[in-house]
Ligand binder design. Structure first.
Ligand SMILES: [Zn+2]
Length: 264
């Protein structure tokens, strides 16, 4: 079985046909999905839309690119309350993005620190987004003690030095469809070096459809293409990639109710 460790099935592109999206994924051997929150305003809708599906776990958090007024900024108590929801297995997505946000970004670093504090308080891992901010992301993971709750650097597109630093902090590395892109040779070299017992796979759907679907709407069924690419890079079978990445997912997110029923 395959697990999509990071998707946004509550986004309109996918939620309009969420039953179809889930069915197609199950047919492709995907037996669990982590639907990742990007802001608190949409969280109740995400809970509602995904409620009929036992194989969808949730996270709660505010994405680093969400621009909010000061009084909307999530405080630790608000996040703590939402994160106690029984289907919430992780905190995020959080992290740093200096590509899409400009100016003084202390607020992003503060927000990231609040998410790590909540992860530590509840012993729920953090899902970390990082773009053009690798050094500060590693720094905050270290200074805020994120190893105490663990986490994953999702949609990984950084270099080996960064991967190694966060692995040393107990983190996992999640590869998305980017791994399959023709121009992602450097990332594939990084993937060869990341120990198998630290790898997760994801779609980040509806974004980042893998080759040969690049540019189209992505969905969890397509996580298989990333798994196949990884199998080739590691010189192992698709079944082995499925097994190890699913085991890793269950280790990192022990609260996720992953059923062992489906095989690919
Ligand atoms: Zn995402």
């Amino acid at each position: 079985m395959l697990i999509d460790s990071h998707c946004h099935v509550d986004f309109p592109d996918l939620s309009e046909d969420i039953t179809g999206v889930v069915m197609r994924a199950r047919s492709a051997g995907v037996s669990h999905f982590l639907c990742v929150s990007v802001n608190l305003a949409d969280f109740p809708r995400m809970v509602e839309i995904t409620a009929p599906f036992e194989d969808i776990s949730l996270s709660v958090g505010v994405h680093p690119n969400e621009t909010l007024s000061h009084d909307e900024e999530p405080d630790a108590n608000t996040l703590l309350n939402l994160a106690t929801h029984e289907r919430v297995v992780a905190i995020g997505e959080t992290g740093l993005d200096y590509f899409r946000s400009e100016g003084a970004l202390d607020w992003q670093r503060d927000r990231f620190a609040v998410h790590i504090a909540v992860g530590k308080a509840l012993q729920k891992p953090v899902i970390v987004h990082c773009r053009h901010a690798a050094a500060d992301t590693v720094e905050l993971i270290k200074t805020e003690g994120a190893h105490e709750c663990g986490g994953v650097m999702h949609c990984f597109a950084e270099d080996w030095a960064t991967a190694r630093e966060v692995i040393d902090q107990g983190f996992y590395i999640s590869f998305s469809g980017i791994l399959t892109f023709k121009n992602a040779g450097e990332l594939r070299e990084v993937a060869k070096k990341v120990p198998l017992d630290r790898i997760l796979i994801e779609t980040d759907s509806p974004y980042l459809a893998p080759h040969p679907f690049r540019g189209k709407t992505n969905e969890p069924a397509l996580v298989r293409y990333t798994a196949e690419c990884l199998a080739e890079l590691k010189g192992i079978t698709l079944e082995e990639v499925a097994q190890v990445t699913s085991d890793n997912f269950s280790t990192l997110f022990p609260l996720a109710k992953v059923s062992k029923g489906l095989h690919i």
